[in-house]
Write a protein that binds this ligand. Structure first.
Ligand code: BES
Ligand code: ZN
Length: 866
């Protein structure tokens, strides 16, 4: 491990791609030739879904050679030449490796050359390479074009060295319809008017950057903009949508100066556009192209008629996330996908920090505990991996965009910032930015900077949590002198392991006390904390630590007794840990049930929102089991009094988190069959069908969700008509997705059939299937397997190794595990089956919960006095 870090750090220092020091089994391009500049000219033919391109690449040939290998996928080279070469090369393509090899009759000399290639390519109808999104307008249809390159699809647009370590500058020229708007990473330098209603747009040169960050888009767009700290910040939308873009422009305008300050580096480009595309992907919602961030429109636009409080929040967050990448990712880039978490973990943490700064009333750090919860769930079972993991090829890189990289990454950074202090942490990040700008890094480059700026060395803790998989378990027992803390490992089957050890930063605080005990606990070094033994004492106080806390009954009892007095973060931590420990068999389920019964309408709304979701999740696992009725009686007994206070209608001046709570309660009560809630939702839905202005925002979303979930055939048809008739892409997509959410099996089946027709836009179709999988995972999976060729054609290649297996992940049938495995063996490349492994682990976990834990809940509830 140590060796690898040193080798890669050296590579970064001499500013060459990481590939030259790569492990032998890594499948990357030869490093003999590398690019310094790309001069690209593109002419799309949107109607024919093809394009022609011509590229001149300045290359540096390190040793004389008669071969050049570069990336190309689905491109046809018409003409190839290299300056100084006497003859054109022969070209051979490798479809699996996505490379083209140019074989010259004689050696190309060492030194600088220009490689020129004229070529043609295709425009996809899913987000890979250059792609088209179609949408309705008043009198027909329109088509807009965009690009999507991460992690390895620039090679569908330009023959290139398409690996993050090969940074180069780019100039792009595009020939497009004269009445359309063309966008790229940089401003337009000049425009030529051409005949045939065309124009040629020349974009200014980009900074030195990785190929996956290049962007191009063209369509009938409008742009709104504002100057912020000298940067031209814009939001680009299809014609007619500018009013929906105002919220995003405000958010971006707030966040830009905040980041310039936090990172200590000015935004390096003259403009920053946020671009909305009318469609979606099964893989991502937004992409951080430098200076030209792409969003599927649902992740960027706000319309008071359609959007909810949580949409506003998600949009603020996704803007903060992609803008964080403009520094962490775009200016400083991981050398190879092993360190992808430097991009995604960091941006996921930063999105919370920036959004919380501008919207403190949302209490996002509290909410982020649920991201940590998602991470700890997958990190406790089969198929997990360390945050930093060896990535062999780009197919595997694709799988690294997962909960460990994002949510565990985010949680570990939060823990480290808490451990070293916010100022020391920021100072280290600033130095890291300055030292590595326009270059590539490995994770140890960051730790080195933090070790310098922090008084407590960070790398010991950091290495333990990034190089080892898994979740530490801190067991708390009561001794005559206070608390005794020991360390083990939390696994979802309760078996743990006997060896893994972490340096875990632990904070301990007694209820009402002002002092906090801080210490490092390892497996070999337990800790004793002097505390009065009859008060409630919280371990992981503030909940910044990435570990689970298992209290012995004597330590748990006072916490449960004083639950209402704990800080919201600690209440949430206790609820989450207690549930997970009960699922895994470490702790009796009665502890979770007793905490759930303790909440009141006065409990913090985020804690209540989480609890509503947890109770709903348990209900989903009770499907078709005899205990469900008794369980629902209990869960409704907990949530109904809360809903009685929150009500259907927003109260003037209520906290925005109450709006989220209302939505979560309605969703949970709607699923658990609360008769009053369902009747009222149906009544409101009937009014909406007559007059669509009768509902908007949060209420519209909740009512439509309950009506669709509990739909009969007539209601489903009403929704279907609404889907067909609206011309608004944002609204249309929501209706079609709702059609997949019916609990009625026949209607779910209808939705699956609908997804195979060409009625909905191509990118909407797979998401109907995904919605069906929410309640009918096995049915959706079987259907997708039966139709996989047709479905895969609708999906971006990045999604093909995870979409079908992901449908099954919510199943609780052990028989499905073998079916998932068989599907993966037959249809997914061996290096890319990790998502299938994760899905199998998820199914096994659900099956175990149904076999072992739900009966436990049954008996706990039977024994409760009502
Ligand atoms: N870089 C990713 C998007 C991406 C990754 C696109 C891999 C294609 C392949 C981007 O920064 C991202 O993480 N987007 C998230 C949103 C974010 C708020 C978590 C997404 O799209 O889900
Ligand atoms: Zn990201």
């Amino acid at each position: 491990m140590h060796m690898r870090s040193i080798a890669l750090a050296l590579v970064a220092m001499v500013s060459v791609g990481a590939a030259s020091a790569a492990p032998a089994d890594r499948i990357v391009l030869p490093t003999n030739v590398s690019p310094t500049h790309y001069d690209i000219a593109i002419t799309p033919n949107a109607a024919a879904l093809t394009f022609t391109g011509s590229v001149k690449i300045d290359i540096d040939v390190k040793q004389a050679a008669n071969r050049i290998v570069l990336n190309a996928a689905d491109l046809n080279f018409a003409k190839v030449s290299v300056s100084g070469a006497s003859a054109a090369p022969a070209v051979s393509y490798d479809k699996t490796q996505e490379t083209a090899t140019l074989i010259f009759p004689a050696n190309i000399s060492a030194g600088a050359h220009v490689l020129s290639i004229d070529y043609t390519g295709k425009i996809n109808q899913h987000a890979a390479g250059l792609f088209a999104l179609d949408y309705d307008v008043a009198n027909g249809k329109k088509r807009a074009l965009f690009t999507q390159f991460e992690n390895s699809d620039a090679r569908r647009f330009i023959p290139s060295w398409d690996e993050p370590g090969h940074k180069a500058t780019f100039t792009l020229t595009a020939t497009v319809p004269a009445d359309e708007m063309a966008v790229s990473n940089t401003p337009i330098a000049s425009t030529d008017t051409l005949s045939g209603n065309l124009k040629r747009v020349h974009f200014a040169a980009s900074p030195k950057m990785s190929s996956y960050l290049l962007f191009f888009g063209v369509g009938d767009f409008e742009r709104i903009s504002r100057k912020v700290n000298g940067v031209d910040v814009g939001v680009i939308v299809k014609r007619g949508d500018t009013a929906r873009a105002a919220y995003a422009l405000d958010a971006a305008s707030h966040i830009l100066p905040y980041y310039e300050d936090y990172f200590g580096v000015k935004f390096p480009l003259p403009k920053l556009d946020l671009i909305a595309g009318p469609g979606q992907s099964q893989f991502f919602g937004a992409m951080e192209n430098w200076g030209a961030i792409f969003y599927f429109e649902g992740a960027l636009l706000i319309d008071p008629k359609l959007s909810t409080e949580s949409d506003k929040r998600e949009i603020y967050i996704v803007i903060a996330h992609e803008m964080a990448h403009q520094w962490f990712g775009d200016l400083v880039t991981m050398a190879w996908w092993d360190d992808l978490w430097l991009n995604e973990g960091f941006a996921s943490w930063m999105e919370v920090k920036a959004t919380d700064h501008f919207n403190p009333e949302w209490h996002l750090w509290l909410d982020s505990q649920n991201a940590k919860e998602d991470a700890m769930r997958v990190d406790a079972r089969g198929g997990t991996h360390p945050i930093i993991q060896p990535i062999k090829d780009v197919l595997q890189a694709n799988e690294a965009f997962d909960t460990i990289t994002y949510e565990k990454g985010e949680s570990v950074i939060r823990m480290l910032e808490d451990y070293v202090g916010a100022d020391a942490f920021r100072a280290g990040v600033r130095n890291y930015m300055k030292d590595h700008a326009y270059s590539n890094t490995v994770t140890d480059d960051l730790w080195r900077e933090l070790d310098k700026t922090s008084t407590t060395p960070v790398s010991t803790v950091a290495h333990d949590f990034t190089l080892q998989a898994g979740v530490p378990l801190i067991r708390v027992t009561v001794t005559p002198k206070g608390l005794h803390l020991t360390q083990g490992r939390f696994t979802n089957d309760g078996t743990g392991d006997a060896t893994t050890s972490w340096h875990v930063p632990v904070s301990v605080q007694a209820l009402g006390a002002s002092n906090i005990w801080h210490g490092l606990v390892t497996r070999a070094q337990p800790a004793d904390v002097a505390e009065s033994t009859n008060t409630a004492v919280v371990v992981n106080a503030g909940q910044a630590g990435y570990f689970r806390t298992l209290y012995a009954p004597a330590a748990f009892a006072p916490l449960a007794a004083h639950f209402a007095e704990l800080k919201a973060a600690d209440q949430l931590g206790l609820v989450n840990d207690t549930r997970a420990l009960a699922y895994a068999g470490y702790e009796p389920f009665g502890d979770f049930i007793s905490l759930a019964a303790k909440v009141t309408p006065q409990t913090d709304p985020t804690v209540l929102t989480t609890l509503a979701g947890r109770l709903e999740g348990i209900d989903s696992l009770y499907r078709e089991l005899p205990g469900q009725a008794a369980y629902r009686k209990f869960a409704l007994g907990v949530l109904d009094p809360v809903f009685a206070k929150v009500g259907w209608t927003a109260k003037p001046g209520e906290s925005q988190n109450v709006a989220l709570l209302r939505q979560a309660l309605l969703e949970a009560l709607g699923q658990m069959g609360d008769p009053a809630v369902i009747a009222e939702a149906r009544r409101r839905f009937a009014g909406f069908v007559k007059d669509q202005s009768s509902l908007s925002g949060d209420m519209r979303d909740s009512v439509l969700a309950i009506a669709a979930g509990n739909a009969d055939a007539a209601t489903w048809e009403q929704l279907h008509t609404l889907a067909k008739t609206t011309k608004d892409s944002l609204e249309k997509r929501r209706y079609y997705r709702l059609l997949g959410t019916a609990y009625n099996r026949d209607l779910a089946n209808e939705a699956l059939k609908l997804a195979m027709t060409d009625e909905a836009e191509v990118t909407t179709r797979p998401s109907i299937i995904r919605e069906v999988a929410g309640w009918y995972p096995d049915m959706a999976f079987d259907f997708a397997v039966a139709n996989f060729e047709k479905i895969n054609a609708m999906l971006e290649p990045d999604s093909r190794n995870q979409f079908e297996v992901g449908l099954a992940a919510g199943s609780y049938n052990r028989a499905t595990i073998a079916k998932v495995k068989a599907y993966a063996d037959a249809h997914i490349a061996a290096s890319a089956r990790q998502d299938s492994v994760k899905a199998q682990a998820s199914i096994a976990e659900y099956a175990t919960i149904r076999e072992k834990r739900l009966p436990e809940i049954d008996s706990v509830l039977a024994a409760r006095k009502h």
